[in-house]
Design a binder for this molecule. Structure first.
Ligand code: PLP
Length: 465
């Protein structure tokens, strides 16, 4: 008789090959199929994906328009190759060195699949026809590209970023490269980045201003920031953050907004930067751009006088074999059309309001005595469908400290109760759970999540008393 597949034995069989990374190898399951907000394992156990696979699945898993686009593409290839023995639309072409273009018909629409078509679609939601794109492969790659771009443009080696920021884990490949001058010209590697507080109060803002007095700002080319720090604990930029960005801009630094996690409707706007009222010079995107296919970009307004000089960059200053390859471009175009056709950005705003109220309701139900002077409590933060709960504890002597233990317990209980979420923030500063479901999430699914959250909060509250 056939033995049922044993998840644990399967995982253990390969453990020794892997270097440590972020996969939780022991205590989770193996997801085998998915649809919309739902994830299933081989035993058909169902979870709601309240982290959209770390912000990749804004249109949900297997969105029908996205799937149809891929079906038409595969069908064309199958027909040409297997039925007619003719050349088929590109599959393995090295996109960064050659042009490609093909069309597919999806639900009555003709989609042109090319770099230009993707750039034009994106420009409609960003800086318009004067938008310029630097092609990227991932979030870290697009951020590295933006820093290279600033260094080459400004000849300044330094940059500023913030405590709590997450911009990627890419290393120093360019540092080891020595093939053509254009590949290294004008780049300082690594960029030397000074970190400031991501100011949320007047005191923090003042502190940052004091620090700026010590920095040789004329050597600083950029400040990189997130509209909402995701990995850092769902910290939306505060009014003081915006003031600080304006101040840095006045001092000549270029504003680089990392929209990798906040892009493609997550916050109820096409891009997170559009919530802040301060227009960045450069924006970086990735994650949900390809709904699972690796693709990213750094883009800017070519008419922005602060960026004058980009026209003189020679070909070859930036490129990578797989960037914007035909598959990734097809996925990005299908993703953007799915968002446009279903108005998912507006939907994220509406569902974000609903989720915000649901979380507040769960907090009131779980902590009926309100903001206690003593005991555990949660801070609710976020914009749109990008929300988080920070776990803290107050003591009678006035101390207010992070509570990572309860955070971990709630995270585990949510998983047990059928909700996949992610931790965020620093254990010793602001232990947080982030909630970022696909934008197609329904009210019913949010209600389901609410019950699981309520039960996890009540349960941990009693067990940690
Ligand atoms: N920037 C932000 C805001 C992110 O959230 C992430 C990933 O979580 C990155 C950059 C890095 O992206 P990648 O993992 O694709 O390199």
């Amino acid at each position: 008789m056939e033995q049922p597949f044993d998840e644990r034995r399967f995982l253990e069989r390969y453990w020794h090959f892997s270097m440590p990374d972020t996969i939780l190898k022991t205590d989770r399951t193996i997801f085998t199929h998915a649809r919309g907000c739902e994830l299933f394992n081989q035993f058909n156990r169902r979870w709601l994906d309240f982290c959209a696979q770390v912000g990749i699945a804004n249109i949900g898993h297997h969105h029908p328009f996205f799937v149809r686009a891929w079906f038409e593409y595969m069908r064309m290839i199958f027909e040409e190759i297997c039925l007619y023995d003719r050349p088929a639309p590109v599959w393995t072409m090295i996109a960064s060195d050659f042009h490609f273009r093909f069309e597919i018909k999806v639900e009555g629409e003709t989609l042109e699949i090319s770099h230009g078509a993707l750039e034009e679609m994106l420009s409609r939601h960003t800086f318009g026809p004067s938008t310029k794109f630097i092609k990227g492969l991932s979030g870290a790659d697009s951020n590295s590209d933006s820093v290279k771009f600033v260094q080459k443009l400004t000849h300044k080696p330094y940059g500023i970023a913030f405590y709590g920021a997450f911009h990627g884990r890419l290393g120093s490949a360019l540092d080891a490269t020595m093939s053509k001058a254009v590949q290294r010209e004008g780049f300082f590697i690594p960029s030397i980045t000074h970190h400031l507080l991501f100011p949320q109060t007047h005191e923090e803002f003042d502190y940052d201003l004091q620090i700026l007095n010590y920095l040789p700002l004329s050597d600083y080319g950029f400040v990189m920031y997130e509209a909402v720090q995701g990995e850092g604990g769902i910290n939306p930029a505060h009014y003081y953050t915006i003031e600080l960005l304006k101040c840095l801009r006045e001092k000549g630094l270029l504003l680089v907004c990392d929209d990798v996690q906040t892009g493609f409707g997550r916050t109820g706007m096409w891009f997170g930067y559009q919530n802040l009222g301060v227009v960045p010079d450069i924006v970086t995107i990735s994650k949900s751009m390809g709904s699972g296919d690796p693709i990213g970009a750094a883009f800017f307004d070519g008419a922005n006088p602060r960026l004058a000089g980009w026209e003189k960059f020679e070909p070859g200053w930036d490129s990578s074999t797989f960037q914007w390859n035909p598959h990734a471009v097809l996925s990005a175009i299908a993703t953007i059309r799915a968002i446009e056709r279903e108005n998912l950005v507006e939907r994220a705003r509406l569902m974000g309001n609903y989720l915000e109220r649901a979380i507040d309701y769960a907090l009131v139900k779980s902590f009926p005595d309100g903001d206690l002077s003593v005991g555990g409590y949660c801070k609710h933060k976020g914009i749109g469908l990008h929300r988080g709960l920070e776990f803290r504890k107050k003591f009678s002597d006035g101390r207010d400290v992070p509570d990572p233990k309860t955070r971990d317990a709630v995270l585990a209980l949510l998983f047990e109760n059928g909700i996949v979420t992610l931790g965020a923030g620093n254990r010793d500063v602001n232990p947080t759970i982030r909630f970022m479901p696909p934008l197609v999430v329904t009210e019913k699914e949010i209600d389901e999540f609410l019950h699981a959250l309520e039960s996890a909060l009540v349960h941990t509250r009693h067990s940690t008393k």
